[in-house]
Design a protein around this ligand. Structure first.
Ligand code: BES
Ligand code: ZN
Ligand code: ZN
Length: 497
């Protein structure tokens, strides 16, 4: 969707009017609306036929003054940037043929941040995944375009803010495209090829692919064990933005299981198709790199994605196997369906040993237990540093993507390290607390800052997006499918904007 700024009063296409609950007439300052349309709006408001409750819409047609869509922001005290973002998304979600493909938004009493949020909501919600649908020849759906009218003095700043939002949205939509892609076309090396192709457009981005043979040579036992049972072999894809810069930098790590059958510990058949989203963590990393690169972020950021397909096969790993990971630590594989933590063990170790991260954040559709705990409403968030965990929680709140603090207790670590025959086990001892034991397992593979005995562990956070990467029906930015969650959280955390 193209969003442009205009400091004039002209209205192209359908007028979009965001309104506050309780307004009985349009304020006099609202200019440029044809008289007939304005009086129809005022009549609707005066009669109480549109109360402007948050995310309510009403379409007016049939006046000489053109068409309008009224959208509610709720009461003024609650109409913050989040309410504006949702209202913008609601407008796009409610758009029908009758509204046409052009819209002009006329705000009153909105600051720049709120206007930007509204535009961001419109752009975020303007997404469909129809690559695999036959196009009807007479179906001439044209792309939506929106114009935002603002004061002359605000035009330059608003235009820059909306351009930046558009770049970030391109990262969210890339993540969604990757997540929605069917698993016959989205396999580890396909992801790698998409990354290489994507990187060609940026001079300050590089992509390195560690293929199956190299992963074996390097000792990436977790990645290899999970991926070896598939004919589409595993790989690790490393994204580097502004790699020539020295010093510490943020580091992102993603779980990228392009299809999770469970392996020999086979999953039940119902809804197994959803396991194509099991690469949502890697899609988050890739999408964040796009958002940062396209918005011109000037500092260094590195992303590692651990890609594998988890299949049952004659050459697949078995429950009972003991594998040796890149860290040298061994894992007793008690359930091959707990595979995300195996590939991440190598990704986290590499992140902390081959680079000098200020912090590491990993993203993973890791456990069904996290969905049991938090539903589709919030991501589970664990960290070895309380202040860092709070920073992520707050970055998520700032952009409307909830990440809820979860405990990283010593008892959970103990549970995951008490294998009789290996350093760690990939399954908890009982059925409870599965999201927490998974996080405690990952912590075993986060390196210390140095080899000194008293060295601190690298600042690390784990985000379990099993419930929030898809199926999030209350997420107003998303119609269906992959959500692209946490690209915006990460941009906020990393850039501070
Ligand atoms: N990919 C799944 C987790 C998952 C489940 C994501 C439901 C989204 C929705 C993961 O690999 C898995 O299967 N985890 C197991 C772990 C268990 C065997 C310890 C689970 O959650 O049941
Ligand atoms: Zn699994
Ligand atoms: Zn999985």
């Amino acid at each position: 969707m193209q969003v442009t700024i205009s400091s004039g009063n002209n209205i192209n296409g359908t007028l979009v009017l965001p309104l506050f609950e309780g307004e009985e007439a349009l304020p006099e300052i609202v200019e440029g609306i044809p008289t007939t349309l304005k009086s129809q709006v005022n009549r609707v408001l005066a009669d109480g036929d549109f109360k402007a409750k948050a995310n309510a819409t009403l379409t007016l047609v049939g006046t000489e003054g053109g068409k309008a869509m009224l959208v509610g922001l709720g009461t003024t005290d609650k109409a913050d940037a989040h309410a504006y973002r949702e209202a913008g998304a609601t407008v796009v979600a409610s758009c029908k043929k009758v509204h046409g493909s052009e819209m002009t938004v006329v705000f009153h009493d909105a600051d720049l941040a709120c206007m930007t949020s509204f535009a961001e909501g419109m752009m975020l919600r303007d997404y469909s995944y129809d690559l695999y649908k036959k196009k009807d020849e007479d179906d001439e759906t044209t792309a939506l375009s929106a114009r935002i009218n603002c004061n002359e003095g605000d035009a330059t700043a608003l235009s820059a803010a909306i351009d930046r939002a558009a770049s970030i949205v391109s990262g969210v939509h890339l993540s969604r495209d990757l997540g929605n892609c069917p698993p016959n076309d989205m396999y580890p090396m396909a992801f790698a090829q998409k990354a290489e192709l994507w990187a060609e457009q940026y001079e300050n981005v590089s992509v390195q692919v560690i293929d199956y043979e190299e992963a074996k040579r390097k000792g990436m036992g977790g990645l290899v064990a999970v991926g070896m049972g598939s004919s589409r072999k595993p790989c690790m894809v490393i994204f580097t933005l502004n790699g020539d810069q020295k010093g510490q930098h943020p580091m992102l790590v993603g779980k990228g299981i392009t299809f999770d059958t469970g392996g020999i510990s086979l999953k039940p058949g119902a809804n197994m198709d959803e396991m194509k989203y099991d690469m949502g963590g890697s899609a988050t990393v890739f999408g964040t790199m796009e958002a940062l690169a396209s918005s011109g972020y000037p500092h260094k950021v590195v992303g590692i994605t651990c890609m594998a397909e988890n299949m049952p096969a004659a050459n697949a790993q078995r429950p009972g196997d003991v594998i040796t990971t890149l860290s040298g630590k061994t894992i007793e594989v008690l359930n091959t369906d707990a595979e995300g933590r195996l590939v991440l063990s190598d990704g986290l170790w590499k992140a902390g040993t081959d680079y000098d991260p200020e912090y590491i954040v990993d993203f993973a559709t890791l456990t069904g237990a996290c969905v049991v705990a938090l539903g589709h409403e919030a991501t589970g968030l664990w960290s070895n540093d309380d202040d860092f965990r709070t920073r992520i929680h707050e970055a998520g709140n700032d952009v409307g993507e909830l990440a809820w603090p979860m405990p990283l207790l010593p008892a959970f670590e103990k549970e995951m390290t008490d294998s009789k025959i290996a350093d760690t086990r990939n399954l908890g001892a009982g059925r409870y607390g599965g999201a927490n034991t998974a996080a405690a397992f990952l912590k075993q593979f986060v390196p210390n800052r140095s080899d000194d005995d008293d060295a601190e562990q690298i600042t690390w956070a784990h985000m379990d997006i099993a419930g929030t990467y898809w199926g999030a029906k209350t997420n107003k930015m998303v119609g269906y499918g992959a959500t692209g969650i946490h690209v915006r959280t990460m941009v906020r955390l990393i850039t501070g904007e």
